[in-house]
Design a protein around this ligand. Structure first.
Ligand SMILES: [Zn+2]
Length: 224
């Protein structure tokens, strides 16, 4: 019986870590380091796999990709916690999280890692204009999804702050949130256009105003 219960439990875990036909996996190669140990204690592999699954579903909804055929053809999303510097990076469908960052973070590290995983999972799923997209926009879309998921950290810029629309990260995420408020689904449409290539003119094609004018309007609205 014990074996059956264990087998059933592992089946449930396998099901829980699956959204559609995509599998989610996580490993910690830094479990001997202070940061890797904090990851195990305060975040954990099972929780991380669930976040990758939840984040992927959230991203598909945000991008309005109801069918798997609308999405990037990715079968598996993997997380590796590693003894590296920085915060995290994503290469193809592999997310690499810095154990050193986890170890040095002051505050609720579980919430922070959740937000980082949402951001990195966007890089797995977003279109990049065949490699030609504006890098600031790529990072802005990743943080836009993190914002809409409710994991924006308190230190982010406020709406209207920043110097350029394509400054990236939180600055561009706030601007995209404004653009999406003008026409709900804007970010989904923008991402869809970025499947085949990239042009700043996509903003004008969707919203009827060029991106520089939109940035001026945005700054004026928030007095930035
Ligand atoms: Zn990023």
């Amino acid at each position: 019986m014990k074996l059956q219960v264990a087998a059933f439990a592992s089946l449930l875990v396998a099901l829980a870590a699956t959204a559609g036909a995509v599998t989610f996996d996580a490993s910690n190669t830094a479990s001997g380091t202070p940061g890797g140990q904090r990851f195990t204690r305060d975040v954990g592999l099972a929780y991380s796999k669930q976040v990758l699954s939840d984040a992927s579903t959230f991203i598909w909804n945000t991008f309005n990709q109801r069918a798997a055929s609308d999405r990037k053809p990715v079968n598996a999303v993997t997380l590796v916690v590693e003894d590296i510097g920085g915060v995290a990076f994503t290469s193809a469908n592999g997310i690499h999280l810095s154990a050193q960052y986890v170890g040095g973070y002051s505050g609720n590290v579980k919430t922070e890692v959740t937000g980082v995983l949402y951001h990195e999972a966007v890089h797995v799923w977003q279109w990049d204009g065949q490699g030609n997209a504006n890098g600031g926009l790529i990072e802005g879309i990743a943080d836009y999804v993190r914002l809409k998921a409710g994991f924006a950290p308190g230190h982010w810029v406020k709406p209207g702050q920043g110097d350029r629309w394509d400054q990236g990260y939180d600055v561009t995420a706030r601007f995209l949130d404004y653009c999406d408020s003008l026409k709900p689904g804007f970010v989904a449409q923008l991402n869809a256009k970025m499947k085949g290539g990239y042009s700043d003119d996509f903003f004008a094609q969707i919203l009827g105003k060029n991106v520089q004018q939109l940035w001026k309007d945005y700054k004026a609205k928030f007095g930035g």
